[in-house]
Design a protein around this ligand. Structure first.
Ligand code: PBG
Ligand code: ZN
Length: 278
């Protein structure tokens, strides 16, 4: 991913400090462990990369809103979002590990956990575990309508998290089925999600709009790695004006109804804003 690189746990506090200085008030953390294994144990290790990064950041920047991705695919050697049993992902065993992961992030001081594995009942499982451990105030950003998308390619390259066999269509949503996506959002809200998310963003503006009209909950949209990479690639060739295109796409996502946007262009955009050109 052009302009994006992995940071060490020692580098992240300086990065968040710089972001706060640019008025970027929230970040979402993803971890890439030194070693991957079948059970994704690095995800729920109290001294794992994300847990350590959370503690390091909060020490320097207690005011930043910290969100953490809660999934196993970055930590499993097979690259699936859960544990494998009998040739497929074991939904309920995975939910338990996601809950354990979320609690370990909360213990490290994260403000919002973002379960993204698309297992059935993951929001309820995470909420119950957080409450049981005394983290009633830790919020849940649910990857509610997360579609099985080809736009995640650059992210999987960067995190080395592509599935080694099969694909994610068994647990991610069918891009063609709007009503199913809305049903997923409704379920996540019933299970206790505080914020719901649609992902990807630009190819799914109709889902964002439909969700905005149907639900009152805070709505997030995730402009994913492929959306970012397409703009960067075209801009690098001089085919489009990057700033103008980024501003127009972010405006479109807001217009569709998203309250906030997760984007790899955040720092670029904040810099342009600072320069007065966006
Ligand atoms: C983990 C996760 C993924 C992304 C966010 N969380 C990868 C995936 O589902 O394959 C993709 C983000 C992006 O493409 O920017 N489940
Ligand atoms: Zn995953």
């Amino acid at each position: 991913m052009p302009g994006i690189r992995r940071l060490t746990v020692d580098e992240v506090p300086a990065e968040t400090k710089e972001l706060l200085g640019l008025d970027v008030s929230a970040v979402l953390l993803f971890g890439v462990p030194a070693e991957k294994d079948p059970l994704g144990q690095g995800a729920y290790d109290e001294d794992g990369v994300v847990q350590t990064a959370i503690r390091n950041i909060k020490e320097v920047n207690p005011d930043i809103v910290l969100m953490s991705d809660v999934c196993l695919c970055g930590y499993t050697d097979h690259g699936h979002c859960g544990v494998i049993r009998g040739g497929g992902v074991d939904n309920d065993a995975t939910v338990e590990l996601l809950a354990k992961t979320a609690v370990s992030h909360a213990r490290a001081g994260v403000d919002i956990v973002a379960p993204s594995a698309m297992m059935d009942g993951q929001v309820a499982g995470v909420r119950a575990a957080l409450d049981r451990e005394g983290f009633e105030d830790t919020a849940i950003l649910a990857y509610a309508a997360k579609h099985a998308s080809a736009f995640y390619g650059p992210f999987r390259d960067a995190a080395d998290s592509a599935p080694r066999f099969g694909d994610r269509r068994g647990y991610q949503k069918d891009p063609a089925n709007l009503r199913e996506s809305l049903r997923e959002i409704a379920l996540d809200l019933e299970e206790g999600a505080d914020i719901v998310m649609v992902k990807p963003a630009l190819p799914y503006l109709d889902v964002i709009r439909a969700a905005r009209e149907r639900f009152d909950a805070p709505l997030a949209a995730y402009a994913v790695s492929g959306e970012y990479a397409m703009i960067k690639a075209a801009a690098d060739r001089g085919w489009i004006d990057e700033r103008a295109v980024v501003e127009e796409t972010l405006t479109a996502i807001r217009r569709a109804g998203a309250d906030f946007i997760l984007t790899y262009h955040a720092k670029d955009f904040a810099r342009w804003r600072e320069e007065g050109s966006a």
